[in-house]
Design a binder for this molecule. Structure first.
Ligand SMILES: NC(=O)c1ccc[n+]([C@@H]2O[C@H](COP(=O)([O-])OP(=O)(O)OC[C@H]3O[C@@H](n4cnc5c(N)ncnc54)[C@H](OP(=O)(O)O)[C@@H]3O)[C@@H](O)[C@H]2O)c1
Length: 320
């Protein structure tokens, strides 16, 4: 082959590669617009899934916001959480605001498989259309290396039961009837911390990665039965878990987050929930490599930022 011909082929190959990369970016931009902008006006009709929605960890933060938003969209809701007084208060709040029915189940999800008999009995005769597996815990206030986590055996058991066992058992309870009725929606609150390695909160991040993979596989397994399993991977939302940082362009309030995330149902089975968080993931995935993210300088800066947040929060609490 002549040299000039060889150059022409190389030019063509380069052009094709460039067009492919460009098209890929345009495609993700269009998908982002569809999932987060179009979905505000053309919402999926969630009511087609059934009459009742179940939300775990429903007395605070994202879970409470999902419960309220679902009630606003016409669902009766079953709230499951640890503290009875909070459950009663939130149930009343939802009933007063939306005129929907509520039921409460007091449960500590750090327990083992045996605690789910109570849930199974309570849900037996109800038409459960939506399950939101939201409950979760971390050891955020002790950003530390794995072997130095205080009271490690108890922490491991609690996090595994609360973050994973709860999702698996709750899913196991509601799925058979959803399959029979050929419709259902299961939303699993994973986290952006489960989408890439998160040193210093390793156990938490790893449980969230499990949740994400569980949801994605299950979605494929059951989509022909009319069931959607959505994995939601938020970045920072202002809640008790994150010590209530003020909301801004990067940090969402739980109400805004739940509303926007619910709009994405039917558009995306794996989402960061809102436009701002999608954008943050895009930057992390495309502009910052994993090698950089796990480099000592990044770990150091991340650790400093985390300690600062914890210190400021503690100071804030003392002042009160
Ligand atoms: N906030 C964020 O920035 C963020 C980001 C990514 C992912 N997520 C995920 O989103 C989910 C909700 O987070 P959040 O920030 O809203 O949490 P949160 O504000 O701490 O609220 C947690 C809720 O779960 C309940 N709960 C906690 N431990 C429980 C247990 N052992 N048994 C029963 N209920 C329990 C709490 O009830 P009680 O008050 O009665 O204990 C509360 O209603 C979690 O899975 C979290 O991993 C959050």
């Amino acid at each position: 082959m002549e040299e000039s011909q060889c150059h022409q082929w190389l030019n063509l190959l380069g052009l094709l590669a460039l067009s492919y990369l460009l098209l890929k970016q345009v495609w993700s931009l269009l998908a982002g617009c569809k999932n987060h902008i179009l979905s505000r006006w053309w919402r999926t009709n969630l009511k087609k899934y059934g009459g009742w929605a179940v939300v775990t960890g429903a007395t605070d933060g994202i879970g409470k916001a999902y419960a309220l938003e679902l009630a606003k969209r016409g669902f009766d809701v079953i709230l499951i959480s640890r503290t009875l007084e909070k459950l009663e208060k939130v149930a009343k709040e939802i009933e007063n605001l939306t005129r929907r029915k509520t039921k409460i189940i007091q449960l500590d999800f750090t327990g083992g498989a045996e605690i789910y008999t109570k849930v199974e009995k309570a849900l037996k005769d109800l038409d459960i259309g939506i399950l939101v597996n939201n409950v979760g815990m971390t050891y955020f206030n002790e950003v530390t290396r794995f072997h130095e986590v205080p009271d490690i055996n108890k922490r491991i058991e609690n996090i595994m039961n609360c973050n994973l066992q709860s999702m698996i058992q709750m899913t196991k309870i509601v799925l058979p009837k959803m399959v029979q009725r050929k419709k259902g929606l299961i939303i699993n609150l994973s986290s952006a911390a489960g989408a890439r390695p998160y040193p210093m909160i390793t156990m938490y991040g790893a449980t969230k990665a499990f949740m994400d993979f569980f949801s994605r596989s299950l979605n494929v397994e059951y989509r022909s039965d009319g069931i959607i399993v959505q994995s939601v991977l938020p970045h920072l939302v202002s809640t008790n878990m994150t010590r209530h940082p003020s909301a801004n362009i990067l940090v969402k309030t739980s109400d805004d987050f739940a509303r926007e995330a619910l709009n994405t149902v039917g558009y995306s089975h794996r989402t960061n929930g809102c436009l701002s968080h999608c954008f943050q993931s895009y930057i992390l995935d495309h502009l910052l490599t994993e090698t950089f993210m796990n480099s000592w300088i990044c770990l150091f800066l991340g650790g400093c930022a985390m300690s600062l947040i914890v210190k400021i929060t503690k100071l804030g609490k003392k002042d009160k």
